[in-house]
Design a protein around this ligand. Structure first.
Ligand code: ATP
Length: 365
């Protein structure tokens, strides 16, 4: 049975150093939940607290409303997969997976049945008699995953499980992990610093910085309405521009540059009528080259043709260099020096306070 996990005012200190100050978070039963953030933000520390390998200096971690702070790691019924596969080199695939069941007092037939079943789930049954040295990295990681789930854990914890694999295999394995998690339905907490991987596998993501959660949401929510500029720039690529926001006769308007302002309909914060300095986040694909001669005056600096899309580096009249993505057309690329005007897709633009801490924009109604 899979459980829900809750963190209430959880504190982690190493000596006098506070690494996680009062973290509160709820993970739903059966959810694929990812802790995402730059190196050193406390992801692994938090995961190890769930496993019971790290002490907890304040607050409570619960499985289905039962506080587990004092429960020994071996009694938490957790499956774990790490970056270094941690499988035994002298045991076959089958032996490795059966190992997890050995202390559970179940019959040989029962063990064989469970092992066979799980080897099929992770699609490694064809290799069951091989030794790890004769398996690829991806196959070894499937063995580690099989060993973690064969015990039918309440919670599956994975710490950067794909970072030792090459780029192609990483993509293949992340799809496999997502499918396997889906089919077994175990509440999963996954740690990565790779935002693309997090978006590909997760039901929800918590973006962390310095032990503090910045934003919890689905991949779409986090990409489209990042809570602050840190999240906006950590997830995908974006252009941050200095501008101003004003209220005029009941309409909010965002000024991007001397030559361009645009109405915005989804401002959620009350803003006084005078021009308020703001930071505007526009993703490369949300810029449009204007055909009507209006928009931010700009000049093409360089282009990168990537097949379906072309990336342009563009200097704005404000002096800022931005990156824009346009669908490639049959004709020639725009040459360096070409003058253009840019408009932004206002439904997708995010407007923040001057510090980049508060997102003024919400869903389009
Ligand atoms: N055993 C320890 N003793 C003291 N400080 C530690 C210990 N383990 C981690 N830290 C510190 O706690 C902070 C969080 O580390 P943690 O390993 O959780 O980060 P992370 O987000 O998982 O980063 P990475 O992706 O690099 O593993 C870091 O500043 C780290 O130096």
């Amino acid at each position: 049975m899979s459980v829900a996990i809750s963190f209430k005012d959880v504190v982690k200190k190493y000596g006098e150093t506070v690494v996680i100050p009062e973290l509160t978070l709820n993970i739903k039963q059966g959810e694929f939940f990812t802790l995402l953030g730059p190196s050193g933000c406390g992801k692994t520390t938090l995961l190890r607290m769930v496993a019971g390998f790290n002490s907890i200096e304040g607050g409570a971690i619960s499985f289905n409303d039962r506080v587990i702070n004092q429960v020994a790691p071996g009694k938490r019924n957790i499956g774990m997969v790490f970056q270094n596969y941690a499988i035994f080199p002298h045991l076959t695939v089958k032996g490795n997976v059966a190992f997890g069941l050995q202390n559970r007092k179940i019959s040989k037939e029962e063990t064989n049945k469970k092992v066979d079943e799980v080897l099929k789930t992770v699609q490694i049954d064809a290799y069951k008699d091989r030794l790890p040295q004769n398996l690829s990295g991806g196959q070894q990681q499937r063995v580690a995953l099989a060993r973690a789930i064969v015990i039918r854990p309440d919670v599956l914890l994975m710490d950067e499980p794909l970072s030792n694999l090459d780029a192609k295999l990483r993509i293949e394995m992340r799809n496999a992990i997502k499918e396997i998690q889906n089919s077994v339905g175990i509440t999963t907490v996954y740690v990565t610093h790779d935002q693309e991987e997090a978006m590909a596998v997760s039901d929800r993501i918590a973006v962390m910085k310095s032990g503090i959660i910045q934003h919890v949401g689905t991949p779409q929510e986090i990409y489209q309405r990042p809570a602050n500029i840190f999240v906006a720039t950590f997830i995908g690529h974006t252009n941050i521009m200095e501008g101003s926001l004003s209220l005029d006769q009941g309409e909010y308007r965002v000024r991007f540059s001397p030559s361009y302002e645009e109405r915005v309909t989804n401002i959620q914060m009350p803003v006084a009528s005078g021009g308020l300095p703001v930071k505007i986040s526009v993703r490369p694909e949300e810029f449009m080259i204007s055909e009507d001669g209006t928009g931010i005056h700009a000049k093409i600096v360089n282009s990168i043709f990537l097949g379906q899309n072309t990336h342009y580096f563009v200097d704005l009249e404000t002096g800022l260099r931005v990156q824009i993505t346009q669908e490639s057309t049959a004709g020639n690329l725009l040459k360096p020096g070409t003058k253009i005007q840019l408009k932004a897709n206002m439904n997708k633009v995010n407007v923040y306070d001057e510090q980049g801490e508060v997102n003024y924009t919400g869903a389009i109604l």
